[in-house]
Design a protein around this ligand. Structure first.
Ligand SMILES: NC(=O)c1ccc[n+]([C@@H]2O[C@H](COP(=O)([O-])OP(=O)(O)OC[C@H]3O[C@@H](n4cnc5c(N)ncnc54)[C@H](O)[C@@H]3O)[C@@H](O)[C@H]2O)c1
Length: 397
C-alpha cells in the first residue's frame, strides 16, 4: 500500500528545537520517521543561530533549510512551492516558547506537534485552542504515554465496562534527578525547568505531574470537577515546586490522586497508574510498559502482555509493531502519537474532515486540560489546599 494513501507520499517534517545538547527533539525526529511516513526536511533547531546551523547535519537537514529562527523558517517555507513545503512542525523547545512558536505555525496553516505542557499559562493555551480551531490545522500534544499499547488497552477495557464503574485513580510520576540543585551547576535541562520565567507557574507539577494527570484522564475518560493540591519546594533556594500531591473529585463521584516528585532518591522515570473499578482494578508502569496487571477479587491475577494474543483489543493492536516478547517502549509509543495524527494530516490534505475532540492522539483540548490542571493545582496549593473548580469544556471523555 502506498505511503499515506491516498496522498501517496511521505509527509514533510520541520523540527523546532532538538539542537546539539538537547533532549526530546531527537526523540521527536526518531519517532516521527519510524514508520516511513515522514521525512525531516527543515528545522530551526536551536535558540542559538550558530548551533541551529551546526546541528542541521546531525539530522541530514540541508543547509538552506536549516533556519536560525522560527519567523525566518515560516517566511522561507511559505515561499517554497507547496510540493516542497513542510506539512507539519514538531515543537521541542522549552515551555515559554511553545505558544509563540505553535501559534505562528498554526496561523500560517502548518500542522503542529507540540510538546507538553502546552503553553506557559492557561490564557495562552485557551488562545492557542482558538487559533487552532480557526486555522483548521491538525494539532497533537505529545503526552506520549498515551501511545503505549497497554495504556490504550486499559482505556479500551474501561470504555467497554470491563472494570465496572470507576471509583478511583492513583497516578504517580516519581523521579529523583532534581534531589540536588542541578540548576545551580547550569545543567541545561534543569536550568530552564526550575526557572519560573521559562517553565511557567509550576516546576515538577508542570513538567511531569501533568503527564500523570493526563494518563488517568486518557484511560478513564472521567470528567474532573474539583481539585485540591499541596505543592512543595524541598530543595532550599529553588523557585518552583519539586514535589506535590493533588486530589481530584470526578463528576461520577470517583476520587483521583496525582503525586509527582523530582526529589526521590534513585527514582528514574517511574510513571505509574492504578485504576479501581467496581468489577476490577488495573495497574501499569512506564518502566515495565509491556505488561498490564488486571485484578478481580476471587480470580487469579491476570498479566496482559503487549501483542500477547487475541484477548487484546483493537487499540492495542494498531499500536504495536513487533511480535510478543520483543520489548517496545518510549520511541514506539511516541511514534504511535505521530501515526494517529498523520492519519488526520492526510485527511486534511485531502480536504476531508477529522474529529479533533475524539482523536486517539492527545489534541489541543488535552493540552488545555493539562494547563487547567497545573493552574488550579498551584492556586489551590497557595490557598492551603482549597478545593477549586476544574473547567471541563475542552476535556475528552
Ligand atoms: N513528552 C515527553 O516525554 C518530554 C520529555 C522531555 C521534555 N519534554 C518537553 O519538551 C520540551 C523541551 O524539553 P527538553 O528537555 O528537550 O529541552 P532542552 O533544553 O534539552 O532542549 C530545548 C531545545 O530547544 C531549543 N530552543 C529554545 N528556544 C528556541 C527557539 N525559540 N527556536 C528554536 N529552538 C529553540 C534549544 O536551543 C534546545 O535545542 C519541553 O517543553 C519539555 O517539557 C517532553
Amino acid at each position: 500500500m502506498p505511503v499515506n494513501a491516498p496522498l501517496n507520499r511521505k509527509l514533510r517534517m520541520g523540527l523546532i528545537g532538538g539542537g546539539q545538547g538537547s533532549f526530546i527533539g531527537r526523540v521527536h525526529a526518531t519517532a516521527a520517521l519510524l514508520d516511513n511516513r515522514a521525512e525531516l526536511v527543515a528545522g530551526a533547531l536551536s535558540s542559538d543561530p550558530v548551533k541551529a546551523k551546526a546541528s542541521a547535519p546531525d539530522y541530514d537537514i540541508p543547509a538552506d533549510r536549516a533556519y536560525t529562527s522560527v519567523p525566518e523558517m515560516i517566511d522561507a517555507e511559505l515561499k517554497l512551492p507547496a510540493d516542497q513545503r513542510v506539512d507539519f512542525v514538531s515543537v521541542a523547545t522549552p515551555n515559554h516558547t511553545h505558544f509563540p512558536i505553535a501559534a505562528a505555525f498554526a496561523k500560517a496553516g502548518f500542522n503542529v506537534f507540540c510538546d507538553k505542557p502546552l503553553t506557559f499559562d492557561l490564557a495562552q493555551a485557551e488562545q492557542l485552542a482558538e487559533i487552532v480551531r480557526d486555522s483548521g490545522v491538525v494539532f497533537a500534544v505529545t503526552h506520549n504515554y498515551t501511545g503505549y499499547p497497554l495504556v490504550r488497552q486499559a482505556r479500551e477495557m474501561v470504555m467497554n465496562g470491563e472494570l465496572g464503574e470507576i471509583n478511583a485513580i492513583r497516578a504517580f510520576y516519581i523521579q529523583g534527578w532534581l534531589r540536588t540543585r542541578l540548576e545551580a551547576e547550569n545543567q541545561k535541562q534543569a536550568a530552564w525547568r526550575t526557572d519560573p520565567s521559562k517553565s511557567g507557574i509550576a516546576g515538577c507539577f508542570g513538567d511531569i505531574g501533568t503527564h500523570a494527570y493526563n494518563l488517568g484522564r486518557f484511560i478513564t475518560g472521567l470528567i474532573p470537577e474539583d481539585i485540591s493540591a499541596h505543592l512543595k519546594i524541598f530543595e532550599p533556594g529553588r523557585a518552583l515546586d519539586d514535589y506535590g500531591t493533588a486530589i481530584i473529585r470526578f463528576g461520577n463521584g470517583a476520587l483521583g490522586t496525582v503525586t509527582a516528585s523530582q526529589i526521590s532518591h534513585g527514582r528514574e522515570n517511574d510513571l505509574w497508574i492504578e485504576v479501581d473499578g467496581t468489577k476490577g482494578s488495573l495497574e501499569w508502569h512506564q518502566e515495565e510498559p509491556n505488561k498490564l496487571l488486571v485484578r478481580m477479587n476471587g480470580k487469579p491475577h491476570q498479566i496482559y502482555t503487549r501483542n500477547g494474543g487475541p484477548y487484546l483489543g483493537a487499540l492495542a493492536g494498531v499500536s504495536t509493531r513487533l511480535p510478543s516478547g520483543h520489548p517496545e517502549a518510549f520511541f514506539e509509543a511516541f511514534a504511535n502519537i505521530y501515526a494517529a495524527a498523520y492519519d488526520d494530516i492526510v485527511k486534511r490534505a485531502n480536504g476531508q474532515s477529522f474529529d479533533r475532540e475524539k482523536s486517539l492522539y492527545p489534541s489541543i483540548g488535552d493540552g488545555v486540560d493539562g494547563m487547567n490542571f497545573i493552574t488550579q493545582c498551584v492556586a489551590s496549593s497557595q490557598q492551603n489546599g482549597a478545593w477549586l473548580k476544574l473547567k471541563h469544556d475542552l476535556c475528552r471523555s
